[in-house]
Design a protein around this ligand. Structure first.
Ligand SMILES: [Mg+2]
Length: 444
């Protein structure tokens, strides 16, 4: 896991208001503006699972018994849930929003986070885009579907921003104003803090937002009793956390693409950069890989993927060649014009001469031929240049170019020429804390 402070707005979060009830109002416009609740089944003994905002004015909430709701609001409309319909409309809505922004994470049927692109990192542009998306929902789907929008540095903060104003909110949590804006937020309203966690926090003297904010990352880790606490702390404080980049049996990276990189050609360059980085980490850890997998998320919906198997190797040229082959195969056989994300993984790990380190991955030992050895040496040198902490070797690369591109000052001195000018931040293991990091990893 790695993280980096987001110095602008990075995410748009959408939370549809009283979603099931809104879909019922959408499908039957006679219900617009009227109190509507949705019951899980056609029984008076169940409880409301969705309550329109008009019904909330009568004090009806999620969990209110249907019979009670009828007493509180005579004439209230009660509909039985139609989950297949809610899912269908969810897909329509997601596809509509995906025309504007790539989805980062779907949280539930009525909540999702989308990734902003660099031109929208500032509030005026982000708000403008959010308004355009809201208008598109109203015009192309209908006025019944309303949502609260949140804009912030991280997905967690964007979700909290969306929470601040319901229904129909559009809230910007500007970097630097997070504490001020969220000071009155009850802790239980924060995703990741359930009843059990809020009790545990209270036992540690944390009973309001200010106290939560003032924790140190290590304290959060102790209270959560897992790295999850530290992850939570960084998300709350505006750091983008790159999740699960290393699992025991593979090295790889996954990335939601900026809109600027949605064309297959730009996305391929991002995938190549991700692969270069994974390969560098593979070599650094002393592993060889014998399988590469690539997956791409196609917008508005769909996923494509492929694998390549080869003799155990550390050679980025081989990996790049295999990845390009899979890429061309996928793109030529499917109608791919816009991509939302790419993932590249190296698996089938072994250490030369050892048995496969992961069960089920029996393999032949790394090829002991001259080409493989020469290439291994070359990549070793490139890795050294890229990770040289004092910059002594950096002169061999072109550091001024790496530093000039996008204000990215990380030390990727040896890169593919075509990577210049792309926003390839967050690729790095800037600070890793899910395991004891090697110093050199910070520089890859
Ligand atoms: Mg909702």
């Amino acid at each position: 896991m790695s993280f980096e402070y987001a110095d602008g707005l990075r995410y748009l979060f959408l939370d549809f208001n009283a979603y099931f009830a809104a879909v019922e109002q959408h499908d039957d416009p006679a219900l617009l503006g009227r109190p509507v609740i949705v019951a899980p089944s056609a029984s008076e003994h169940t409880s409301a699972i969705a309550v329109s905002y008009e019904a909330r004015q009568y004090g009806i909430k999620r969990g209110t018994r249907i019979r009670e709701a009828r007493e509180m609001c005579p004439g209230i409309v009660v509909r039985t849930a139609r989950h297949d319909r809610y899912v269908r409309l969810h897909k329509v809505l997601m596809a509509l929003i995906e025309r504007h922004l790539p989805v980062s994470k779907v949280y539930s049927i009525d909540e999702a986070a989308f990734r902003l692109s660099p031109p929208e990192f500032t509030a005026p542009a982000a708000v403008d885009l959010a308004r355009r998306i809201r208008a598109a929902i109203t015009e192309e789907v209908g006025p019944a579907l309303r949502a609260s929008f949140g804009l912030a540095q991280t997905r967690l903060l964007a979700k909290l921003a969306a929470e601040l104003q319901k229904p129909d909110g559009l809230t910007v949590l500007e970097p630097g104003l997070v504490l001020e804006r969220l000071a009155d937020l009850p802790l239980e309203k924060i995703p990741g803090i359930g009843r059990g966690m809020s009790l545990r926090l209270a036992r540690n003297g944390v009973s309001d937002f200010q106290a939560l904010w003032n924790l140190q990352p290590k304290q959060a880790r102790r209270i959560w009793n897992s790295v999850q606490g530290e992850r939570f702390w960084y998300s709350l404080h505006g750091y983008e956390v790159e999740e699960a980049e290393t699992q025991r049996c593979m090295f790889g990276h996954s990335r939601v693409l900026y809109r600027e990189h949605e064309s297959p050609e730009a996305a391929r360059i991002v995938a190549r950069a991700l692969l270069m980085k994974a390969a560098s980490r593979l070599r650094h850890a002393g592993f060889f890989a014998r399988r590469l997998s690539l997956s791409m998320r196609v917008r508005p919906e769909g996923r494509l993927g492929g694998d390549a198997v080869f003799a155990p190797s550390q050679d980025s040229f081989l990996f790049l060649g295999e990845m390009d082959r899979i890429w061309k195969h996928l793109v030529s056989r499917h109608d791919v014009t816009r991509l939302g994300g790419v993932s590249v993984y190296l698996h089938g790990l072994s250490q030369q001469g050892d048995d496969a380190v992961c069960q089920g991955d029996l393999f032949a030992p790394a090829q002991d031929n001259q080409v493989e050895l020469r290439r291994a040496k070359l990549w070793q040198l490139i890795d050294e240049i890229n990770s040289d902490p004092d910059g002594r070797l950096a002169r061999l690369g072109r550091p001024e170019e790496a530093a000039a591109s996008d204000g990215n000052t990380s030390s990727r001195h040896v890169t593919l020429a075509t990577q210049q000018g792309l926003h390839l931040d967050y690729l790095g293991a800037k600070i890793a804390f899910s395991r004891v990091p090697d110093e050199a990893e910070f520089r890859f």
